[in-house]
Design a binder for this molecule. Structure first.
Ligand code: ADP
Ligand code: ADP
Length: 230
């Protein structure tokens, strides 16, 4: 089943910058997709459309076959289904403690207190950050912050997780640990979409690669197809 799709997606920022120019993208349920492209190609702008933070200037985004509509009720549903992890965890972590941070999403979605506690526990376990519940997030390392940001998304039970450059700024070990974590989550059935510059790690973990250039997808295929092309 196609779980997420864009058709002729174009977007211009309010200052007139044309960021996306008819972008066509498709994710099958259960895939682990890497989007590669130079700075300014439009990766972050694309991701902001995946969970409805940005509304297309033209074209459409389809979630589970239905076009996203942009009223508050529909958007809440979109944000439940598609979790986004920003490049800089400091954009995402702001509570005084790790557990409060991870609890923020499910609380906002109206989960019961017991359910929130259960979700926080499960999510911290999934990212191997048990024992950090009472720590202030801003004291953690880059890799640990990334894990907490991922836990905050996991706690909302998303079907799709979109991560903007999840390995940028991490050392090679931290980077491969994050990719392994994403791979494990993908094995549990969550569709994973990342943007990255890390071409070494992509063929190891991604099932599909898209190349984005100048606001368009210019190529897509398995890592083998993409990287063996002359
Ligand atoms: P990438 O994530 O691939 O680096 P972006 O989606 O951030 O690319 O940027 C695509 C284009 O849109 C670039 O030309 C960038 O400068 C521009 N852009 C990004 N954010 C904004 C913004 N808030 N206002 C105006 N232009 C922007
Ligand atoms: P990325 O490569 O992840 O998109 P950037 O350094 O391009 O990171 O962008 C960092 C922030 O600056 C983002 O919030 C983006 O929207 C904003 N931004 C990028 N380009 C522009 C621009 N030309 N005008 C205004 N804001 C921009």
């Amino acid at each position: 089943m196609v779980i997420l799709e864009t058709k002729d997606l174009s977007y211009s920022y309010p200052d007139g910058t044309v960021a996306l120019k008819g972008l066509n993208f498709k994710a099958e349920e259960g895939e682990m997709i890497a989007i590669l492209g130079p700075n300014g190609a439009g990766k972050s702008t694309t991701f902001l459309h995946f969970n409805g933070i940005l509304k297309p200037s033209s074209g459409k985004v389809f979630l589970k076959g239905k076009p996203i509509s942009y009223d508050n009720k529909s958007l809440l549903n979109v944000r439940k289904t598609v979790g986004i992890v920003f490049q800089n965890p400091d954009d995402q972590l702001f509570a005084p403690t790790v557990e409060q941070d991870v609890a923020f999403g499910p609380m906002n979605l109206g989960f019961s207190k017991e359910d929130v506690e259960k979700k926080v526990k499960e999510a911290l376990k999934a990212v191997s950050m048990e024992g950090f519940e009472k720590k202030p997030p801003h004291h953690l390392s880059g890799g640990q912050k990334k894990r907490i940001a991922i836990a905050g998304i996991l706690a909302m039970n998303p079907e799709i997780i979109v991560l903007d450059e999840p390995t940028t700024g991490l050392d090679p070990l931290g980077a491969s640990q994050i990719m392994k974590l994403l791979y494990e989550l993908n094995k549990k059935g969550i569709t994973i979409i990342i943007s990255t510059h890390d071409v070494d790690l992509v063929p190891v973990y991604a099932s599909k690669v898209y190349l984005l250039s100048n606001g368009k997808i210019i190529m897509g295929g398995t890592p083998k197809e993409i990287f063996s092309n002359p």
